[in-house]
Design a protein around this ligand. Structure first.
Ligand code: NAD
Length: 289
């Protein structure tokens, strides 16, 4: 299959390489020359513009920073330039409203589109073990699944257009909340005289157990290896957690949903990022609690 890949940064670079490995002809475009050069090294064909990359393709995959950029790239570079009928798959994390708008525009112009944001970080993107949550029609999902399955371990149909982004926003709001909760519980346990290992041994097999504790423990030397064991480097940046929490707050406001814990988590991650910690792993928020 001929696939255009737009946005080959930390995540997209590894994802595109997995499409090449699966035997697809991948036509890459990124504004950053270094990202494009890396894509070329991975076996992609590099193009000077997105318009050139999407010429003659069966599908387009994008992994871009935000909704404004996704809207501009599809509106100006993909729609009207990729062949009509091509399958468009946006894997970026963006707001639900923009995802729906872009998909509607694409459909009106004769394309098929799904939103397919991911769970999993840079290592999962490189290793082909991402989870994709997909919004779109049954038919479009079935076709997208064949491509996404080459880049991930799970591809789940969340519902109609925008449902993938809705799932991502809710999942990451919950992640932010239980990470802070886990950090708070360890801090309080410590003040009450329980060592971190003792509290972990108890809570990890009790009702307080959660992913932030048993898969991504925010304290070094406790639980499986996690960014805490590497000085909070190389995981999921606090700035990206804050981005996702803000998207969740936007979605909550538009749906009229009360999310007091999500709001508080957003405030805490905002303060953490404002203090210069946007680039460290999000579990490092434990240092402030
Ligand atoms: P990144 O900044 O490393 O990569 C984005 C790439 O897009 C860059 O190479 C940039 O040059 C390129 N780009 C920007 N504007 C462009 C344009 N107009 N045309 C072509 N290329 C353009 O970011 P990332 O970490 O790869 O994240 C990408 C998306 O994945 C984001 O939406 C992010 O929220 C989401 N995400 C990231 C992670 C993570 O752990 N990094 C995890 C899950 C989801």
């Amino acid at each position: 299959m001929k696939i255009a890949f737009i946005g080959l940064g930390n995540m997209g670079g590894g994802m595109a390489a997995n499409l090449v490995r699966a035997g697809h002809e991948v036509r890459a475009f990124d504004l950053a020359e270094a990202a494009l050069a890396h894509a070329r090294d991975q076996g992609c064909a590099a193009f000077a513009t997105a318009r050139e990359a999407v010429a003659g393709v069966d599908a387009v995959v994008s992994m871009l920073p935000n909704g404004r950029i996704v809207s501009a790239v599809y509106g100006e570079e993909v729609i009207g330039h990729a062949p009509k009928g091509a399958l468009l798959i946006d894997c970026s994390t963006i707001d639900v409203a923009t995802a729906r708008e872009v998909a509607q525009k694409a459909q009106d112009a004769g394309y098929r589109m799904v939103d397919a944001p991911v769970s999993g970080g840079i290592a999962a993107a490189a290793g082909g073990t991402l989870t994709f949550m997909v919004g779109g029609s049954d038919a479009n999902f079935a076709e997208a699944e064949a491509i996404l399955g080459k880049m991930g371990k799970a591809v789940i149909h969340a519902g109609g257009s925008g449902a993938g982004q809705a799932a991502k926003a809710c999942n990451n709001m919950l992640l932010g909340i239980h990470m802070i909760g886990t950090c708070e519980a360890f801090a309080l346990a410590g003040r009450l005289g329980l060592g971190p290992q003792t509290f972990y041994d108890i809570a990890s097999v009790s009702s307080g157990q959660c992913w932030s504790m048993t898969s991504y423990c925010p304290l070094p030397g406790v639980g499986p290896q996690s960014p805490a064991d590497r000085g909070y480097e190389g995981g999921f940046a606090a700035a990206l957690m804050l981005k996702d929490l803000k998207l969740a707050m936007e979605a909550a406001a538009s749906a009229g949903s009360k999310v007091p814990m999500g709001e508080r988590a957003t405030e805490l991650y905002q303060a953490f990022a404002d203090a210069g910690n946007g680039g460290v792993d999000f579990s490092a928020i434990t240092k402030t609690l």
